[in-house]
Every structure is written in C-alpha cells, then in structure tokens.
Design a protein around this ligand. Structure first.
Ligand code: S3P
Length: 430
C-alpha cells in the first residue's frame, strides 16, 4: 500500500465491532446454554480464529448477514476437537480458550502463526498449573504450541505480576470448572469485558478496585450453567483510534466516529488526547449491555507533549503505536513508561514503533519500558516494516497522511486481523 499526504478529512465513520468483546461473545456463548445472538460482530481474522476453534470443539456457529448466532451447549457440552486448534495470530483466542480447555475432559492442542507461537504463554501456564491443570508448552520454550490434557482444577488466589486481561480472563474461565472460589488480583485494572459479560451470562462473579491502590481483584465461583444472551458489540475504540488521530493530525479535518465503546478500562486514549490539547467532544453517551458507548467528534488540533504511565497504560496499551505518531507531531516531549508489555504484543512494539518513526525522521528514543518522543518535526515518507503487525500498519498509514512524499506500508493486508475494511473506510473521508 502506498500513501501520501492529504488535507481536510471530513465526514462520519462507523468502526467495526470491538475485538475483545467479539471474541468473548463466541467463547461465552459456546459454553452457555441456549442461543447467543451477536450483532456488530467483528469479522476480522482474530475473531474468525475463535469461531473456527469453537466449531472444531463441536459448537454450531451461524454466520448471518447481520449477526452471528452461537448455539451454545452449556458448560460441559464441548466435544474433543478432531484437529489441532489453529489460533492464528490471536493472543486473546489462545489465552482465553486455554482457560476453558484446562477444565475439559479431553485432550487439545493449540498452535498459531510464527508471531503467536513466539509470545509468552508461561503467564497462563503457571497459574493454570497452580490450579491443577495439565498444560505444557510442546517445545518447552514457554510458548505455543500448547498441549492440554484433562485434570481436576482447584480454586486459587493468583497475584498476577502483569495487568493483563488475557491472563485474568484465562484464570477466571478456568475458575468456572474449579472447586471453590478463584480470585485474580492484578497490579492495575486491565480491560474488564470478561467480568461484565460473564455477569450478564449468569456467572457468580465479583470484582472490586481497591480505593487505596491501583490493584484490582476479580473472583469467580463455579455455577450450574451460563445462559445465552443477545449482544450488540460496541465499536472498537482501538480501531476508532486511527480516525481520532487522523482527525487531530490532518489539517482542516472534522470527523465524527460513531458508536465507540468508551469503557473506562479502554478509554485512556481519550484522556491522553485531552492532555495533549486535542479538540475532542463525546456525544450521545449511553450504555448498551453494561458497556458505555458514545460518538466521538474530533477536529484538527495543535498538540503538546505529555507523560503516559502507571495505571493509565493498560487502558490504552493497543493505542500506543498511534499515540507515538501523534506525539511525533506534538510540541515538546512525550514520555511513555511502565509499558514493557509492548514488547510481547504481535511484534515488539517498542522496537517496531521506534524503528518506523525514526525512518520517517522523528526524534525518538526507545527505553526498557516505553519510549521518549521529542515532537514537532515534520515526518517524511518512508518504507514501513509492519512485520505483519496490524496496529503498526494502521498507525503508520495515518502517519503517511501527514508525511511529505510517499509512504509504503509493507504487508498492509495484515490490517485484516482487526479491521478488514480499514483502507476503504478512510477513503470515504477524502
Ligand atoms: C486483550 C487484552 C490485551 C490487548 C489485546 C486484547 C483482550 O492484552 O493488548 O489486544 O481481549 O483481553 P493483554 O491482556 O495481554 O494486555
């Protein structure tokens, strides 16, 4: 994909359904009794991998024009897979499904693409093993492929070293199959879609956020059954981020991004835009299925640097590539720290962001847990090495819109992972 500078992006955009929530609708629907109807499901490659895995576990999932219908078989209705479960590029599929599979009376094997198979799985192997699960890294390297065999699970209290919704959700899902209560404490609250949605499905789940620290705790007890739900998935704020940034950065722009999920555990980007001086207004705020949504109106703004750290990080972890590009255009310095988790995403995003922004002429220094960006210099067209990371492809496509010359995005089709129509959508704004 080759892109060049534009001006005056104007119009309305509706971004696709939230990736995290779409995954969970399929997974929880599969182990619930009855039918789960999902509107605005994200038909990206990651969520398709989840559908594929659950079909392989004996669940009928219908793809309709306007919805996805999951014919759940209850907590104990999954069948032994006939093949290896292919999780593709999806960390969420892998880590959440592993929690469910740990409690099943059959063997299963999970494997994904090269990126997925190099991401850390010890973070789920360790707590699941503490629960009594039998889960091994087939190559003994702490990564997928994973092999899971039947075991009796017991409830534990797990003090997670990382604020990760994937780790938290994995343990809570295994907790559905354990004796007694399972509790996870994380150092800062990560996205809480699992807690909100499992409660809607009828799980016995509680969650609290400590008042005197950033720590958050969620607990689950086994229940008789979960029950199928009707769910409308909010627009994904992680996809909206690219249009929000485009609206702020591209001269003479005004974009209305409609129907965006603004759950506080996901909406750190909005706070950062505000802190940087961005002209952003939330309209039509409402709640759907326990998840807050709004339309986001964005106008071109003069940005200034900021510091992003601590418990704000889990609320914007996937938006950091886009924020880094915004920071390159802000006056002054932006410091991003406490974000070592960036190293274990689809790529090492400290490296991929730094290398590509440097190639475009930005003054950026990587650090152990983030980056320092001295903003204010113009960007120049360059060749962007996405390394097949969808968020790098999209963030740098927006960078291309404000860079002089032509920018070439290598392997741009990887946007399919979370946003198959990304390039068509922003053509509508020209
Ligand atoms: C996700 C959680 C986050 C996020 C990922 C989706 C989820 O990962 O980066 O894109 O759906 O639970 P971690 O939980 O590992 O931080």
């Amino acid at each position: 994909m080759e892109l060049a500078a534009v001006t005056g992006l104007k119009g309305k955009v509706t971004v696709p359904g939230d990736k995290s929530i779409s995954h969970r609708c399929i997974m929880f629907g599969a182990i619930a009794k009855g039918t789960t109807v999902v509107h605005n499901f994200l038909q990206g490659a990651d969520c398709r991998a989840t559908i594929h895995c659950f079909r392989n576990l004996g669940i009928e999932i219908e793809d309709r024009e306007d919805s996805v219908i999951v014919h759940g078989k209850g907590l104990h209705g999954l069948q032994a897979p006939t093949q290896l479960l292919d999780v593709g590029n999806s960390g969420t599929t892998t880590r959440l499904i592993a929690g469910i599979l740990a409690g099943q009376p059959f063997d299963s094997k999970l494997s994904g693409d090269d990126s997925l198979n190099s991401r850390p799985m010890k973070r789920i192997i360790e707590p699941l093993t503490e629960m009594g699960a039998d889960i091994t890294s087939i190559l003994h390297n702490g990564c997928a492929p994973l092999y899971i065999t039947p075991a009796t699970l017991r409830g534990i209290h797990y003090d997670s070293p990382v604020a990760s919704a994937q780790v938290k959700s994995c343990i809570l899902l295994a907790g559905l199959y354990a004796d007694g209560e399972t509790t996870v404490t994380e150092p800062a609250l990560s996205r809480n879609h699992t807690e909100l949605m499992l409660r809607e499905f009828g799980a016995d789940i509680r969650f609290t956020h400590a008042l005197d620290s950033t720590k958050a705790t969620a607990s689950i007890r086994p229940c008789e059954e979960l029950y199928g739900q009707n769910i409308t998935v909010p627009g994904d704020i992680s996809s909206a981020a690219y249009f929000i940034a485009a609206g702020l950065l591209v001269p003479d722009s005004e974009i209305l991004v409609q129907n965006v999920g603004i759950n506080p555990t996901r909406a750190g980007l909005l706070k950062v835009c505000e802190d940087m001086g961005g002209d952003i207004t939330l309209l039509n705020e409402q709640t759907e299925g326990g998840e807050p949504i709004a339309d986001v109106l964005v106008r071109t703004s003069k940005l200034h640097g900021t510091t992003i750290q601590d418990d704000l990080i889990p609320t914007l972890i996937d938006e950091i590539p886009m924020i880094a590009v915004m920071a390159s255009q802000a006056e002054g310095t932006t410091i991003i720290k406490d974000a070592a988790e960036l190293k274990v995403k689809e790529t090492d995003r400290i490296e991929t962001v730094t290398d590509n922004l440097k190639a475009m002429g930005c003054d950026i220094t990587p650090t152990e847990d983030g980056m320092i960006i001295r903003g204010g210099s113009p960007l120049h067209g360059a060749t962007i090495h996405t390394l097949l990371d969808h968020r790098i492809a999209m963030a740098f496509s927006i960078a291309a819109l404000i860079a002089d010359g032509t920018t070439k995005i290598l392997d741009s089709q990887c946007v399919d992972v979370s946003y198959p129509n990304f390039y068509d959508t922003f053509e509508n704004l020209l």
